[in-house]
Design a protein around this ligand. Structure first.
Ligand SMILES: *[C@@H]1O[C@H](CO)[C@@H](O)[C@H](O)[C@H]1NC(C)=O
Ligand SMILES: *[C@@H]1O[C@H](CO)[C@@H](O)[C@H](O)[C@H]1NC(C)=O
Ligand SMILES: [Zn+2]
Length: 988
């Protein structure tokens, strides 16, 4: 009943204001403020997780309310209705996934009303990406993609008024410098968040350093960005939660014995006065909202209306507090007008601890297979986007398939998805969603390859279980199987390719009919023994392939009699003799030695450097608290809290088997019943590969366990090590230290853990050791010379931060088994983060994607359809290459060089091969002309005089804007180290 009457009011209001007036969004729509008063910007918002305790759809529709009361559709319904009632009211919308779903279900009339609210700045978007992404475990490529997706939707739906100007990362568990850099590169004026180490916050409150200027990049010009820490989480002030989910009293202003206006106003004024002491200016921002609030928005707005009225009425009695509805962008606008300076920030906000026993460093590793799955998803997404451009797949079905994958990837970046901090049922729903989207996009890949090659009826199947050497396509035979390799990199690349096969003799030929050397190598028995694995193939065929963009290879079985015996000669299985105390594994670039007594790695020699490097697998045992107070908190989905000593696993004898192939040499190590590993070197490849298999982690002893691998050397690293920020720039870490404060090290192990998305390294004056990984993990250097990565965790208690379940993943009726890779490089020390490592990391992330078809001849590639990337300098990579709209292509190029060299190249050949008509440059997200960028510049403490007028950052260079009539020099692209530039090419 209530609901229906609401709808009537809504329609009436709409009829009164049917015309969308001229856009007055942006700062023109900001509220008036008062000089010499504390100006309180009330910011109504709702924090709507894109999945956590419930799935995204359960949150949207408001089902399963017994788990958590939350229904996003009703939030948007009632917020819009309430905003229409009073032009002073404001609301910010953050998660574009939810918004777009809701908007698409509205009538035209409602949509027009929303258009009006947006164009008048009453409904404003903040953040604006598909989800509010995590910042520790995400890869920058996926973050950029999900901002492109969200901001493009907002632009297509609302034009310029839909574009957010502030980041709103209120819930992620710590903050990365790369995220700040991405905001700066998208032209945002600033960002706000609510979680940092509790001691850092305490100090900043005292020192008035809650708001700062973050120097978000070591390399990029103009990368400073205003960053604000909220005062009281992202919640309304205590006692002022007017939501139906809260118990706080409403403002009672009528003639009533319960009238509480005086008391509430005094409490509020006291609160803002205390708060203002911790902030530098006469403006403060007070968020009014929390998780899934505003489901009955009338309750919230009615009480906020009264609060505003009565607090401001006090001004007649001399109160110096002025309160009004506002938005974070208006708040920041006011700060920008002020002539004052702000503190500097250069490093990041990891790790995050919320009290002395709660370091949120477990989620860096939680759900390792899901963390890998979304990286696979990204790899495939990039591959399919490129293929779709090359083959010009622009019909509706293909666009929808790609859009679905793009949305699924956006959702996966959410701070309760990729982090692994959701309930198990929700994790399964994410997997279902991503899997479905990948399967849909496989159709695009197939259709594209059918037109890009002359195999017009090829299957071009992807095999998603190649990590355990399973591919349905080669299950029965690999005879007359074509492997089509797609290289997402800009440059041609040479890589080793593996295909699951039976133990037979094969011949591999390339497109020119030349035989490519290959060999067959056994799959470790621990992988074959996986219960759920279909065991048709027990070997892998290995060959080396060079690919520009697309290349085909034909596999045939050699019809040799007794070919199995013959094949055995291809690899020499050297059972390690008990008598030898050393096993040497060596190729032209790398030499490894193993101690045959322990079965462990002993030394590595490569790049002219030799070093003792031992590797071990170790177990942290979970603290078994009862969670009723912080000091009893246990390890869980978020928190890593080991108890006592670590258990080293391979002190006993590790069984070794050595396969001495011509091109690949493998040592298979059996550590215990549930840990094994392959250590692998390929001929002419300058790194060592460690492929680990961990699980099911036994918990019969009722103790949760966290499994790490540790690499120990004698490198005198003096407490320093380096980790990447979201896979891009590197940050220096110092054991037991932070940039701005003295951390509480009562949890000395977990307090030294950092997120590792791409690489972790350490060095002394001479030598440097780097580990690259294949998914986000937690990592640390707890002793000089040592690096560790957490591979897997299985826990039996919840850590009492809301998820309400122990992180005890099972599959096939037992503990989850995970498999993955770590790549090790030993090299000479270098002053800067190493350029070769950065290139390798990108190549490993975006290695050849393998597609399989049946054919008895080698197909050829339609070369004329492959654009010309040859002008790209060696260090310049293709970060994105995708359809932006039907006749527009988006290209992002990134200079991976870290060593001070500016590079230039000419885009004209590529532009012409894409049949370009015009090309222009955009902000990083692809949706705004770079020439329109105008970002707030703030003054920093200690930087000299404060300028007398407000300052801005504009495009850091002259944005490209050229067309097909212009001469070649108008197409020159120059990139400073680590710079990314984004272009849209309009096709003829
Ligand atoms: C791509 O396909 C669209 C729709 O079929 C067509 O209009 C366009 O000309 C094609 N573009 C190129 C570059 O082939
Ligand atoms: C903040 O950074 C700026 C620019 O690097 C520098 O000039 C200034 O001295 C720094 N301020 C302090 C207090 O270190
Ligand atoms: Zn959240």
């Amino acid at each position: 009943m209530e609901y229906f009457s609401g709808v009537l009011v809504f329609i009436t209001l709409f009829l009164l204001n049917p015309v969308v007036s001229e856009a007055t969004c942006g700062f023109k729509a900001c509220p008036n403020t008062k000089l010499n008063m504390i100006n309180v910007h009330l910011v109504p918002h709702s924090h709507d997780d894109v999945g956590w305790l419930k799935t995204v759809d359960q949150y949207y529709y408001g089902s399963q309310n017994s788990i958590q009361h939350a229904g996003v559709q009703y939030i948007l319904d009632t917020v819009v209705e309430e905003l229409l009632k009073d032009s002073k009211r404001r609301f910010i919308q953050v998660e574009t996934f939810f918004f777009s779903k809701w908007y698409s279900e509205q009538t035209e009339a409602v949509q027009r009303a929303v258009q009006k609210l947006v164009s008048e700045g009453r409904l404003e978007f903040a953040g604006g990406a598909w989800s509010m992404n995590d910042e520790a475990t995400v890869h920058y490529q996926s973050v950029i993609d999900q901002f492109k997706l969200g901001l493009k939707y907002l632009k297509d739906t609302f034009g310029d008024c839909g574009r957010p100007t502030v980041g709103w990362q209120i819930d992620p568990f710590g903050h990365s410098r790369e995220m700040a850099s991405i905001f700066a590169q998208m032209g945002y004026n600033g960002q706000f968040f609510a979680r940092m180490d509790y001691l850092d916050k305490l100090q900043r409150l005292i020192d008035q350093e809650m708001e700062m200027i973050w120097q978000s990049s070591e390399y990029l010009k103009n990368s400073n960005i205003f960053t604000g820490m909220l005062y009281n989480h992202y919640s309304a002030p205590p006692g002022f939660c007017f939501d139906i989910n809260c118990q706080d009293a409403p403002i009672i202003d009528g003639e009533s014995y319960d009238n509480n206006v005086d008391k509430r106003v005094s409490d509020f004024i006291d609160y803002v006065k205390t708060m203002a002491e911790s902030y530098r200016s006469t403006h403060i921002m007070v968020p009014m909202g929390d998780d899934f609030q505003y489901e009955d928005a009338g309750v919230n707005f009615k009480n906020m209306d009264k609060l505003i009225k009565y607090v401001n009425d006090r001004q007649l009695a001399g109160s110096q507090v002025n309160v009004f509805y506002s938005t974070p962008s208006c708040y920041l606008y006011e700060l920008h007008q002020l002539h004052q300076t702000w503190p500097n920030k250069t490093e990041d906000f990891f790790p995050y601890s919320s009290d002395s026993h709660s370091y949120w460093t477990g989620y860096f590793t939680s759900r390792p297979t899901q963390k890998r799955f979304h990286r696979d998803g990204n790899h495939f997404f990039q591959t399919v986007k490129q293929l779709s451009v090359l083959a010009n797949l622009t019909d509706t079905q293909h666009l929808e398939n790609l859009e679905s994958l793009s949305q699924a990837m956006g959702i996966m970046q959410h701070h309760d998805a990729v982090t692994g901090t959701e309930k198990q049922a929700v994790a399964r729903d994410y997997d279902r969603m991503l899997f479905k989207a990948i399967v849909g996009a496989e159709n695009n890949a197939r259709d594209a390859l059918r037109s890009l090659t002359n195999l017009t009826s090829g299957e071009f199947e992807s095999c998603l279980e190649l990590n355990i050497s399973v591919c349905a396509f080669t299950q029965n035979t690999a005879n007359n199987v074509v492997v089509t390799l797609v290289n997402p990199l800009a440059h041609s690349s040479t890589q080793y390719v593996r295909v699951p096969v039976k133990n037979e003799k094969y011949i591999v030929t390339d497109e020119k009919g030349r035989e490519i050397p290959s060999e067959v190598i056994p799959v470790p028995w621990e992988v074959l023994a996986l219960e759920h694995r279909s065991n048709g193939t027990q070997h892998e065929l290995v060959f080396k392939a060079s690919v520009e963009k697309i290349a085909n290879f034909l596999i045939r079985v050699l019809p040799t009699p007794k070919n199995i015996e013959e094949n055995h000669r291809d690899f020499l299985e050297e059972k390690v003799q008990n008598g030898d105390d050393e096993l040497i594994v060596e190729n032209s670039l790398v030499k490894l030695s193993f101690d045959t007594t322990t079965g462990g790695l002993k030394t590595i020699e490569m790049n002219g450097i030799a070093e003792t490097i031992q590797q071990s697998f170790e177990i942290y045992k979970g603290f078994r608290g009862n969670n009723d107070e912080a000091k009893n908190r246990s390890s869980g989905a978020y928190v890593f809290r080991p108890d006592g000593d670590i258990e080293v696993l391979n002190n006993n004898k590790v069984e070794l088997t050595f396969y001495n192939g011509t091109r690949v040499k493998e040592v298979h190590q059996h550590v215990n019943e549930w840990i094994s590993q392959v250590i692998r070197i390929y001929d002419e490849v300058n790194h060592v590969e460690f492929e680990w298999l961990v699980g099911p982690i036994p918990v019969d002893d009722e103790v949760g366990k966290e499994i790490i691998t540790r690499f120990s050397s004698n490198i005198a690293s003096k407490g320093k090590f380096y980790t990447d920020s979201n896979g891009r720039e590197m940050l220096e870490r110092k054991r037991n230290q932070r940039e701005n404060f003295d951390p509480n090290m009562s949890e000395g192990i977990s307090g030294n853990y950092y997120p590792v998305t791409g690489q972790i390294s350490l060095q002394d004056d001479v030598k440097r050791i780097t580990l690259l990984n294949d998914r986000a993990q937690g990592g640390a250097s707890l002793k000089d010379g040592e690096l560790e990565l957490m591979l897997h965790r299985r826990l039996l208690s919840d850590d009492a931060f809301g998820v309400g379940e122990a992180l005890n993943e099972t599959q096939y009726g037992t503990g989850l088994i995970a498999r993955g890779k770590i790549y090790l490089i030993l090299d000479a020390a270098s002053e800067k983060p190493n350029h070769a490592e950065r290139l390798l990391q990108h190549e490993l992330d975006q290695h050849f994607w393998r597609f399989f078809s049946k054919s008895n001849s080698v197909p050829s590639v339609n070369k004329h359809m492959i654009p010309d990337f040859t002008a790209f300098p060696k260090s310049v990579e293709l970060l994105s290459f995708e359809q932006y709209s039907n006749d527009q292509i988006l290209i992002r190029v990134e200079n991976l060089n870290t060593e001070g060299n500016v590079v230039s190249f000419n885009m004209q050949p590529l532009f012409e091969s894409l049949n370009g008509d015009r090309i222009w440059e955009t902000t990083l997200d692809g949706n705004m002309q770079l020439s329109d960028m105008k970002r707030f510049k703030f003054s920093q403490d200690g930087s000299g005089v404060i300028p007398s007028s407000v300052e801005y950052y504009y495009a850091p260079h002259n944005p490209m804007s050229s067309d097909s009539t212009m001469s070649a020099h108008e197409f020159v692209v120059t990139l400073i180290p680590m710079q990314i530039r984004t272009f849209i090419i309009q096709r003829k």
